[in-house]
Design a protein around this ligand. Structure first.
Ligand SMILES: [Fe+2]
Length: 187
């Protein structure tokens, strides 16, 4: 008999079978690739500098280890910690930059397929003054393909193009450690 519906999966069994995908540089994999929800498991061992503006909600469930979200809100940085066991419903358009330094971290992340016409954005902010350095908006059709293209455009910019117009600091591009060091020294 042809199945009318998918069968349940053992979540940690799925994690064991897909552990290679959960490590850097990919760090995440879809648990149910065919659904209307985008359900990903996200591993750890990486940090980043981009801030994501999602027109829809995201649900984070930090299953193992800790992580945190750098937040950019109305011109200022903030931080939301995700401790092991925490669940967080992130409202639409809260600009967030997930940091997962814990290599054993594991986060169950639910997003929505974007309604037609909804616009996602990726923004890079000055680590010193939180001014906008560069950003791009897009109608997201493929979460896996559309976002990396934007990273490549940003990473290809020159130092002059990555210089903050507000305070003159050079955004370190994809040198995540350098960005976090300047941010930590100023906040
Ligand atoms: Fe700046």
């Amino acid at each position: 008999m042809e199945l009318q519906y998918g069968l349940p999966k053992n979540l940690m069994g799925w994690v064991e079978a897909n552990r290679d995908k959960l490590r850097p540089p990919v760090n995440n994999a879809a648990i149910f690739p065919d659904g209307n929800y985008i359900i990903n498991m996200v591993g750890g061992g990486n940090t980043r500098t981009d801030f994501h503006d999602n027109p829809t909600e995201e649900i984070f469930y930090q299953i193992r280890g800790t992580a945190y979200l750098n937040i950019w809100d109305r011109g200022k940085f903030d931080r939301i910690d995700l401790k092991e066991g925490d669940v967080f419903l992130q409202p639409p358009h809260l600009q967030h930059s997930p940091q997962r330094p814990d290599p054993n971290g594991l986060c169950f992340l639910v997003e929505l397929k974007r309604p037609k016409g909804a616009i996602d954005a990726l923004n890079w902010y000055c680590p010193k003054c939180a001014g906008l350095v560069w950003g791009a908006s897009m109608e997201l059709t493929d979460l896996v393909a559309d976002l990396p293209r934007t990273y490549e455009v940003f990473y290809a910019l020159s130092d002059a193009e990555r210089t903050c117009k507000h305070c003159g600091t050079v955004h370190p591009g994809k040198d995540y450690a350098a960005w976090h060091a300047i941010h930590a020294a100023n906040h």
